[in-house]
Design a protein around this ligand. Structure first.
Ligand code: CP
Length: 306
């Protein structure tokens, strides 16, 4: 790939190939030796723990040098544009930029440049607004594949803050393409017709006993305008995974959450490390999937030699 921006155009074979490569790395397979030194910068304009540290770990495991970048102490605070920031980084030798930004499709202006503007660096999207979260989605697919082997006919419910969720938007794309049967649940007002092409809305207690995978979404308080009506206790009672609901799950069902978790809201705190929970596996898999994603851009752009 030239850049890794969205999962929308990923073919099934590409997803399978990325999962296979990430699994190879996870099982201790040899990391590629690139012919030229490579430099990456991680530009996180929104806060992050998992994605930021995981990309940095993946870069280090691949032998890349990481150039520290903190938006709050960079010249972005003086009004420098994203393009000019990347132009500066590219000029000093950065080959890859991993970017998280609050603006949906912030990358479009960077990859559709009109001469004389141009960038040679590869861009990897670490999350754009409510748009896409490709690395989270692919690590989720890897986690499901590890558990079930195949996606065909798997019943998956995505529960919660659908409107604001880039994780939901990426996952519904891939899950549908891979052959899973998709459902949505949580507050009805957070479900819209946008999701209808991918799956159907069902009340949580109706679907839970049939599901193979329960994907919980974080309630994104920072993206909700008016929070006056929101009650964590009420959300938990109506839409959260309580111990009582957990007991209704199929024997082989798994629960997933992209993190960070609002304990006692999306799920009971006691379930974070329950036997069906795959939260830590998701985070572990993230490093290996990000290695596979970075490698695909390095090879796609011939950055590490031919
Ligand atoms: N899942 C995820 O994107 O977490 P962070 O915001 O901590 O990166």
């Amino acid at each position: 790939l030239q850049h890794f921006l969205t999962v929308k155009k990923l073919q099934v074979e590409q997803v399978e190939s990325l999962i296979a490569r990430a699994t190879f790395f996870k099982n201790g397979g040899a990391v590629p030796q690139f012919e030229t030194p490579l430099y990456a910068a991680n530009l996180f304009f929104e806060n992050s723990t998992r994605t930021h540290c995981s990309f940095e770990m993946a870069e280090r495991k691949l032998g890349l040098q990481t150039i520290p970048f903190d938006p709050s102490t960079s010249s972005v605070s003086k009004g420098e544009t994203l393009y000019d920031t990347l132009l500066a980084l590219e000029s000093i030798g950065v080959n890859l930029a991993v970017i998280r930004h609050s603006q949906n499709e912030y990358y479009r202006d960077l990859v559709e440049l009109t001469p004389p503007q141009k960038l040679e660096m590869g861009i990897v999207n670490a999350g754009d607004g409510s748009g896409q979260h490709p690395s989270q989605s692919l690590l989720d697919m890897m986690t499901i594949a590890e558990q079930f082997g195949s996606f065909t006919g798997l019943k998956v419910v995505i529960v919660g803050d659908l409107t604001n969720s880039r994780v939901a938007r990426s996952n519904m794309e891939l899950l549908q393409r891979l052959g899973a049967q998709l459902y949505f649940s949580g507050p009805r007002c957070w479900y819209s017709e946008e999701f209808a092409a991918y799956g159907t809305y069902r009340p949580l207690d109706e679907v839970l006993p049939q599901m193979d995978v329960v994907m919980l979404l974080r309630v994104q308080h920072e993206r909700h305008q008016a929070e006056a009506d929101f009650s964590a206790a009420s959300y938990h009672t109506k839409y959260g995974l309580t111990e009582k609901r957990y007991a209704q799950l199929k024997e082989k069902a798994i629960i997933m959450h992209p993190g960070p978790i609002n304990r006692g809201v999306e799920l009971s705190s006691s379930l974070v490390e329950a036997p069906k929970s795959r939260f830590t596996t998701q985070m572990q898999n993230g490093v290996f999937m990000r290695m596979a994603m970075l490698e695909s851009v390095i090879r796609g752009r011939h950055l590490g030699g031919r």
